[in-house]
Design a protein around this ligand. Structure first.
Ligand SMILES: Nc1nc2c(ncn2[C@@H]2O[C@H](COP(=O)(O)OP(=O)(O)OP(=O)(O)O)[C@@H](O)[C@H]2O)c(=O)[nH]1
Ligand SMILES: [Mg+2]
Length: 329
């Protein structure tokens, strides 16, 4: 989803820029003085260019915090911290502007100087100022480099696409359901604070591509076992969920009593206050007497289509903004 570029340390960035400057070896001009000045200007500008364009690549390579969808914003908040990322990006942008300003100013001073010694002194001063600017933002550069890892692990979820989230206790058949109804190649991405990750499957209804998320380790145990950051990562899902399929296993072959499973439903309701939740009894093939809710067997396939159709209907009714109803037909 996000592929932020590798961010160099202050020292490595300066080394890179100054190496580029040494590659400028000849200055144009008719007189020796002109050539000396133009060479000095070329060096100062080459280093400034490398610094500024590299920093620009960093800024552009990270998500723009003002335009990012709420889902990813919450994930950033839970992992990196929105304020911290904003501060580091702002620091680097300050450095970029400062370097451009310095490059411009020193080029003019060099042109106005008299004598090789004066030109050399101004050139050295320029490099010294570059160093001090970049060293001032060294912690910002480090912060961005550290932010790369969590960002790269974010699941590839289209926040605009209609999305069904599957929840329920372990072993109730969530993965079996998602595997049965989703066609396109499923992807598993690590999710903050779960080792298992989120499984993103897709299926098409007419021209609309739906996402269906299997959420192992996320929505399968009570929230009081979780820390605030974990809760935030879970809350992020509420931004993308258009409906929730909450699976229960009345046969209790999953290893959990139905009453415990139903208590988790209360938690899920709190987490997704605006999202319609479809409670479904799975493993109907085992012949356990259910409680009159929609039932299915992900093992035999019986009832699965009906459950999916209902989940789609609920998703459409809950998400007028994100579900293109007219096109979906
Ligand atoms: N009899 C029967 N078994 C089922 C059915 N659906 C799933 N199972 C079995 O239940 C077990 C758990 O299924 P999964 O799909 O892995 O359950 P899950 O909810 O994804 O489990 P976790 O990923 O551990 O949270 C497996 O052994 C499945 O074969 C069903 O409809 N009937
Ligand atoms: Mg599973």
């Amino acid at each position: 989803m996000f592929e932020p570029p590798r961010v160099l340390s202050a020292q490595a960035l300066l080394d890179k820029a100054f190496r580029r400057a040494t590659k400028a070896t000849t200055g144009k001009g008719r007189t020796r003085e002109e050539r000396t000045k133009n060479l000095a200007v070329a060096k100062v500008q080459a280093a400034g260019d490398v610094l500024a364009t590299t920093m620009e690549t960093y800024i552009k390579g990270f998500p723009s915090l003002d335009r990012i969808p709420p889902f990813y914003r919450e994930l950033i908040e839970a992992t990196i911290g929105v304020a911290a990322l904003r501060k580091n990006l702002a620091g680097v942008d300050w450095g970029r502007k400062k370097v451009l300003e310095l490059a411009h100013g020193f080029a003019r001073r060099i042109q106005a100087a008299h004598g090789a010694a004066a030109v050399g002194a101004i050139r050295r001063e320029a490099f010294g100022r570059y160093s001090s600017v970049i060293n001032q933002i060294s912690s910002n550069l480090e912060g961005l480099e550290e932010a790369r890892r969590p960002l790269k692990k974010f699941p590839d979820i289209d926040p605009e696409a209609p999305t069904i989230v599957v929840a329920g206790y372990p072993n109730v058949g969530k993965s079996a359901f998602v595997g049965r109804v989703s066609t396109a190649s499923p992807r598993v991405a690590p999710y903050p604070f779960t080792t298992q990750g989120v499984f993103v499957g897709h299926f098409d209804v007419g021209y609309t591509r739906f996402q269906i998320l299997d959420t192992p380790g996320l929505l399968d145990r009570p929230m009081d076992e979780r820390n605030p950051m974990e809760r935030q990562a879970i809350t992020a899902l509420a931004h993308v969920a258009d409906s929730v399929v909450f699976l229960v296993d009345p046969s209790e072959t999953c290893g959990y009593e139905l009453s415990s499973q139903m208590r988790l439903l209360d938690t899920v309701r709190e987490l997704f206050p605006e999202v319609p939740i479809l409670v479904v009894e799975n493993k109907s093939d085992l012949g356990t007497r259910g409680l009159g809710r929609p039932a299915m067997s992900t093992l035999t396939g019986s009832g699965v289509e009906k459950v999916l159709a209902e989940a789609i209907r609920l998703a459409r009714s809950s998400a007028p903004a994100s579900v293109p109803q007219a096109r979906a037909g």
